[in-house]
Design a protein around this ligand. Structure first.
Ligand code: 5GP
Ligand code: MN
Ligand code: MN
Length: 317
C-alpha cells in the first residue's frame, strides 16, 4: 500500500471525531467526494460531519444522498479534518483548530500539499476517484449512497466522459460504481434536467456580453451583480457558463469574469487543445487543471484584468 494512503487509513481509523470539508462554492466533485466519504465513515461507525461553509448551498444538488446532513461549522470535538477536491488551503474557507491534523485528498495538479498527509493524484479525472482508491485499499465498506456520490462527482468533472484525460481507467471506475448500485440515467437526469429557472434566465444576459479576441481564438463572457438581480440567479448558477465561450469553433481559450458581491472578480478559464490554463491561473495566484482553472482578483478594473489576461494567453497561443 502506498505510504500516504496507509498513513491516512491509520490516522482515520484511530480518530474519534472526523470532519470532512470541501472547497468554497462547492461543485458536484467536492460535494460527491465528501458526502461519499461521509457515508463510508458512517458505515465504519465513525463520528463524522460533512462541513461546507459557503451559503447558499447549490440547491440543484440537494438530491445528492446526505446533502440534507451538511453542516456549516466545524465541531470543537473534531480531532481530524479531511479536505477533498481543494487545491489550496485558502479555498477551504476554514481555520484549523489547534492540534487538529489535516488530510488533503485531491486531484489538482496545482495542489500546494497543505495537509499533514497529502494524497494527490493529478492524473485522476475527479477527486472522488482518489477517495475511492483510499476506501478500496483500506477495505472499508462501500454503501450504495457513497457510490452514487462518487459517480456524480466523476461525471461532473469529466463532462460526462468527454474531457481530456478520460481513459480506460475512468470507465473502469464508473463500472465498479455501477456494480455498487448506481443508476447512470437517474444521476444524468438529476444533474442535467433539474435546472432552476433563474439559471436559464441568466444565460441570455451572460451570452450578450460575448467578446472575441486574438483572431477569435479567445472568447470572454461576463456575469455582473446586476445580472444576478435581474435573473434571480446565484453564483451556483454560473458553473457551466464558461463552456459556452470555449464551445465556439475557432476558440482555444474561453473565460468568464464574475463580479462577486464583495467587489472582487472571479475568473474561470477553459482551454480546448493545448493552452495550459492552470499555469496562467497560477501566475495570478489561482490554480486548477490544464484545461480548467481559475483565480480571484481585487482592486482592478475589468478592462485591466482582460488586458493582463490576454497578455498571458498570447504567450501560450
Ligand atoms: P472554476 O472555473 O469552475 O471555478 O474552476 C475550475 C478549476 O480551477 C476547478 O478545479 C477549481 O477548483 C480551480 N480553481 C478555480 N478558482 C481557483 C482559485 O482561485 N484557486 C485555485 N487554487 N484553484 C481554483
Ligand atoms: Mn471542484
Ligand atoms: Mn475536481
Amino acid at each position: 500500500m502506498p505510504m500516504n494512503y496507509n498513513n491516512a487509513k491509520e490516522l482515520i481509523e484511530k480518530s474519534s471525531y472526523i470532519t470532512i470539508v470541501g472547497h468554497i462554492n462547492p461543485d458536484p466533485d467536492t460535494l460527491g467526494s465528501g458526502l461519499g466519504l461521509w457515508w463510508v465513515l458512517k458505515k465504519l461507525q465513525k463520528r463524522v460531519d460533512a462541513v461546507y461553509v459557503s451559503r447558499p448551498l447549490p440547491q440543484f444538488l440537494s438530491w445528492m444522498p446526505g446533502f440534507d446532513k451538511i453542516k456549516s461549522a466545524i465541531s470543537d470535538k473534531t480531532d481530524l479534518i479531511i479536505s477533498v477536491d481543494c487545491g489550496s488551503f485558502d479555498r477551504l474557507g476554514i481555520d484549523i483548530p489547534l492540534g487538529v491534523k489535516l488530510i488533503n485528498i485531491d486531484h489538482h495538479q496545482s495542489n500546494s500539499n497543505y495537509g499533514d498527509i497529502n494524497i494527490i493524484e493529478p492524473e485522476f479525472a475527479s477527486a472522488s476517484e482518489v477517495v475511492y482508491k483510499l476506501v478500496s485499499i483500506s477495505k472499508w465498506p462501500m454503501p450504495k449512497e457513497a457510490a452514487e456520490n462518487f459517480y456524480t462527482a466523476l461525471v461532473s468533472d469529466t463532462g460526462f466522459f468527454s474531457y481530456e484525460g478520460v481513459d480506460k481507467r475512468v470507465f473502469e471506475f464508473a463500472k465498479e460504481l455501477i456494480e455498487y448500485g448506481v443508476k447512470p440515467d437517474v444521476i444524468a437526469r438529476n444533474l442535467k434536467e433539474n435546472e432552476p429557472l433563474s439559471k436559464l434566465r441568466l444565460l441570455p444576459l451572460a451570452l450578450q456580453t460575448l467578446k472575441l479576441y486574438l483572431n477569435a481564438k479567445v472568447a470572454g463572457l461576463e456575469v455582473t451583480q446586476k445580472m444576478f438581480e435581474q435573473s434571480g440567479a446565484t453564483v451556483n448558477d454560473t458553473d457551466d457558463l464558461v463552456n459556452y465561450a470555449r464551445s465556439l469553433a475557432t476558440v482555444e481559450v474561453g473565460f468568464l469574469i464574475r463580479e462577486e458581491s464583495d467587489g472582487s472578480l472571479k475568473v474561470s478559464l477553459r482551454s480546448k487543445n493545448y493552452v495550459n490554463v492552470s499555469k496562467i491561473a497560477e501566475s495570478f495566484g489561482g490554480g486548477g487543471h490544464v484545461r480548467a482553472a481559475g483565480y480571484t482578483v481585487r482592486n482592478i478594473t475589468k478592462d485591466n484584468l482582460v488586458n493582463c489576461l490576454l497578455d498571458k494567453i498570447t504567450k501560450e497561443l
